[in-house]
Ligand binder design. Structure first.
Ligand SMILES: [Zn+2]
Length: 169
């Protein structure tokens, strides 16, 4: 998929009215389970699930503290696991469902992995790199741009993060 808007703009699609909503929402449920498992470990609650042809092939939660690894974001771990499962370096045709807007690092990995569709929950004004900040997919240098569906279960995703940070103040 290429950029559909004017040059320099990001392609954001309204997922709420999409016919496939029921299917991808069930995968977002699995992403929330991963996010909650991450929170139970004291990690920032972010979860990601990768599906191919409607089947879950990988799921992961944020593990930066557990693994002492700043790159151990849910999306990165899920992409690594999915590539391992398929025995290949690309995830052509796969969908990524993640509870929070990906950061620039993860957006770069999503492009490199050739993820077909990106579904995410809450926007991340602080660290997001899709709708704001670096806007990775809007750059001409970005060689692959997924279809992007923001705002899936946005309220639930935002509340999960807010609740987590509230308990840590
Ligand atoms: Zn990230």
């Amino acid at each position: 998929m290429g950029l559909h808007g004017a040059p320099g703009t990001c392609t954001l699609r309204g997922g709420r009215a999409d016919r496939g909503m029921t299917r991808f929402n069930s995968h977002m449920d699995a992403a929330f389970v991963e996010a909650q498992a991450a929170a139970a470990l004291g990690e920032v609650p972010v979860g990601a699930v990768i599906t191919l042809n409607g089947q879950v092939i990988a799921a992961a939660g944020n593990r930066t503290r557990t693994l002492n690894d700043p790159t151990a974001h849910a999306e990165i771990l899920a992409i690594r696991a999915a590539c391992d499962v398929l025995g290949q370096e690309r995830l052509t045709g796969a969908d990524l469902h993640v509870t929070l807007e990906p950061c620039p690092m993860c957006a770069g990995a999503i492009a490199a992995a050739r993820i077909a569709r990106l579904y995410y929950g809450a926007s991340d004004p602080k660290s997001g790199g899709v709708e704001q900040g670096a806007r990775i997919f809007a750059h001409p240098q970005c060689h692959h741009v997924p279809e992007i569906y923001p705002g899936i279960r946005e309220t639930q995703a935002t509340e999960l993060l807010r609740g987590f940070f509230a308990t840590r103040r």
